[in-house]
Design a protein around this ligand. Sequence first.
Ligand SMILES: [Zn+2]
Length: 438
Amino acid sequence: MQHEQKLDNDSVARYSRQLILPEIGVEGQIKLNNAKVLIVGAGGLGCPAAQYLASAGVGTIGIVDYDEVEVSNLHRQILHTEKRAADRWSKAESAAFALNELNSKCKIVPIIAQLDRNNALDIFKDYDVVIDATDNITSRYLISDTCVLTNKPLVSGGALRWEGQLTVYNYTDDNGTTGPCYRCLHPIPPPPESVTNCSDGGVIGVVPGIIGCMQALETLKIIVGIQPSYHRNLFVFNGLEGNCRTVKLRGRQPSCVCCGDNRSIKLDNLPDYTEFCGMGANDKCKMLHILNPDERITVKQYYELTKKSKKHILIDVRNPVELGICSLPESINIPIDKLKTLDACMVKSGNSRTFPEIDKLCNLITEYSVDNGTKTGDTDSDLPKLPVFVVCRMGNDSQKAVKILQKCLKCDSPVIFKDLKGGLMAWANQIDKSMAQY
Ligand SMILES: [Zn+2]
């Protein structure tokens, strides 16, 4: 795209409402028309951000996304459509299509790729500002490091459930002070199991919408030369309570391995982010493997077992709200959060007896064991212990639950805990296709 020096009459008419703002003016609009913004992620944050940047006349917008549009995206990823979900469009191309319709003056560059350490520098080099609109920490480290190495401001957003956050990393203000990078604030990634949670994926669509719009706003300010409000500040929005607050962030850390005094991360030496974070950037729901194979059964094995009416107990560890979507008959519900609390209490006091759900489970086990004759161990040599199966949505929480139950449940009867591999979604795929999937 040519570097514009003046505005044509079409542009003056089109952008008149914003260019009469004294902070923008003709000069600011020319800057916008010449600007190049890269958006990583065409999802709940990237869609609204891209929409406002295109409508404001940002000359070139690159959109990186490896994924395809699905119907379950549409409640928050507002550039995509039912038709393009049905036709399995890539998100990058679907977003580009919508943005071209919105503003044909913009050059939209769809990049259908998983951003990784091999392509990041090459993709970033053509852009002035980068927007992190991803939803995983592996990408956050990669994007932040690449922005530091290529000296670009990074407008970072995140949204989960009812809460959203936004900050601007690596921006150099008029005093010459450069703000922190993501690593300055988060030198060590959280353990993968703490961010691997099947029930954590919920989000109300408006919240990433609000944060994505704010990412666009901060980006527009950076382009026209106004200091972004969230340089060294974190914006936190709570949509449920309807409030927001701003948290002052600490500055650049001399000890930071990316932007500090003794940097180990270099242009030709980007680290292995998957290894560093313990998970890939594209894992929609990372599969944990914390149980031994003999502590797990497949949904097919479980199905066979129910057909033979084998005595067992099935614990569903999802949140109660998810039971309303789908569940297996005769499962009892003990949410994973309850089990985690139990675990924490056991660590502190060694006492599990204050949990009615656990008492109930123990009673149930005793009852079943007596009925089944397993207490005296005189029947069914294949099944000397009462099997207690644990199920969740995808098969991660169920593994954590088995670990906790093995550790904390003090019952008089012999039991064996196993989880259902792949959870209810595997059941819905392989056994009962009429089950609702979410
Ligand atoms: Zn840093």
